[in-house]
Design a protein around this ligand. Structure first.
Ligand code: BES
Ligand code: ZN
Ligand code: ZN
Length: 446
């Protein structure tokens, strides 16, 4: 293998003082050490002697994330030393920036620049986070014709095989027999049978952590059909399921001492003669009746049954991830997931984890005064609010009805999709808040 080329992070001052021999070349190439810029420095034979990278004021996960695709292929190493956590972040960012989705391309991605891990990098963590993120990206970006409820099941089943987890699936008409009426009702109009995927892993020691994911493999809106623009991206409506599968993979790969349960409600929200209709009334798993004010608010319907089941086992922490509302995106934009939580201590811990890991998220309130907006004149609850404001909050309040009050619960409403490319985060499906959730769970078992 060729010798690794050294990368130096430099600000304009360090360029002058630490690389005086390279200043003329850098000037000629228009590089002055500005953050984000790179300059290849040749040796006397025209080979690359070293690489200078503009040093930002604060190094984070994304500082080197553009390099794998912008440097010539081959091995690289970091000349500077960093704290353990920064070294791991920089290394992770490099790996996350090496991703491409080429499943449908004849021309596969070419060889990339690779980074040798410094001694203090937590390689096991970086590898687990990278693999989990790649999994989420692949699942979300794969179009609905190749990513239906069955493929989500297959993904979970592969995970179960790999980490010796137990898995149970309830599909099609069995959902009615086993009392998952909402999952059945939302998914029944698709030729691809709805299902509840139930995975368990862990030795019996440690806290019980239950993850629940919205796995709507395509959300047409049902009979309350979406507009063309509203529907276009709805292959990503299984992003919550993808994220909990990724998180589960991280937990299992890192062998966290927890009892893990993952419930994925995998359905396709389709239109057919037997589709769920506006104003249908259904009895949920919990036994409460739900009036379907809008068939496009399907995520909360399938989650209602999955959360009630999750709740029945009294987990120490219950987390659901869902591409639940457009309203959360109106509130925070597409790059900042919203989360709701019934414990202020857990809220603070999650916010700090997000900040520390460059995986930001924002807390929205479970403002109970809005609960009355979900009142129905004919059923116990309506799946849509009477007004159109505060839609992310009313959706969260709907979910809260299906959770035993004393269980610490986090509901994450995420986009799961990058509309633009940022360093290390290419356009397309993505995990959002997954590393922060992993950190939170890790802290629980310390
Ligand atoms: N999957 C959508 C929410 C969504 C839309 C997430 C766009 C991210 C981007 C969800 O099933 C939905 O359609 N929600 C409706 C709820 C409404 C009918 C109360 C929405 O947000 O408009
Ligand atoms: Zn919908
Ligand atoms: Zn949806």
């Amino acid at each position: 293998m060729a010798d690794a080329i050294a990368i130096y992070l430099v600000n304009p001052e360090q360029l002058q003082t630490e690389h005086p021999d390279s200043v003329t070349w850098c000037q000629a190439s228009g590089f002055s050490g500005q953050s984000g810029n790179i300059c290849l420095i040749p040796d006397a034979n025209g080979k690359i002697a070293k690489v200078l990278v503009g040093r930002p004021e604060r190094c984070d996960t994304w500082t080197l994330a553009d390099l794998p695709k912008s440097l010539p292929a081959g091995p690289y190493t970091l000349a500077d030393t960093f704290s353990d956590s920064n070294a791991t972040k920089l290394y992770l960012g490099w790996q996350l920036g090496s991703y491409s989705f080429d499943r449908y391309k004849l021309a596969k991605a070419s060889l990339l620049a690779t980074l040798q891990a410094a001694d203090n990098v937590d390689v096991a963590y970086a590898k687990a986070a990278t693999e989990a993120t790649y999994l989420v990206r692949d699942l979300v970006t794969t179009p609905a014709n190749n990513m239906g409820p069955e493929q989500l099941e297959e993904t979970a089943s592969n995970l179960a095989d790999r980490y010796e987890a137990k898995m149970k699936v309830i599909a099609g008409g069995d959902l009615v027999i086993e009392n998952y009426p909402m999952i059945y009702a939302v998914g029944k109009a698709s030729t691809r049978a709805p299902r509840l995927i139930d995975l368990r892993w862990g030795s019996g020691e440690g806290p019980k952590i239950t993850l629940v994911g919205k796995g709507v493999c395509f959300d047409s809106g049902g009979l309350n059909i979406k507009s063309a623009t509203g529907m276009r991206l709805m292959k990503k409506d299984m992003g919550g399921a993808a994220q909990v599968l990724g998180l589960a993979q991280m937990i299992m790969a890192m062998e966290l001492p927890v009892n893990l349960r993952v419930l994925v409600a995998a359905v396709e929200n389709s239109i057919a003669g037997n589709a769920l209709r506006p104003l249908d009334i259904l009895t949920s798993r919990k036994g409460t009746t739900i009036e379907v004010g809008n068939t496009d608010a399907e995520g909360r319907l399938v989650l209602a049954d999955a959360l009630w089941e999750a709740s029945s086992e009294d987990p120490d922490l219950l987390i659901d991830c869902a591409t639940l509302t457009g309203a959360a995106r109106v509130a925070l934009g597409t790059e900042l997931p919203a989360f709701f939580c019934n414990s202020s201590q857990t809220t603070q811990a999650l916010l700090s984890a997000g900040l520390a890991l460059d995986d930001p998220l924002w807390n929205l309130p479970l403002h109970t005064a809005y609960r009355s907006m979900l009142d129905s004149s004919v059923a116990d609850i309506n799946n849509i609010a009477s007004g159109s404001y505060g839609g992310a909050i009313t959706a969260a309040l709907f979910l809260q009805e299906f959770i035993q009050t004393d269980i610490p619960w986090i509901h994450m409403d995420l986009m799961a999709y990058n509309l633009r490319s940022l360093p290390g985060r290419p356009e397309g499906g993505d995990a959002m808040g997954m590393r922060a959730l992993f950190e939170l769970i890790k802290q629980r078992v310390k």
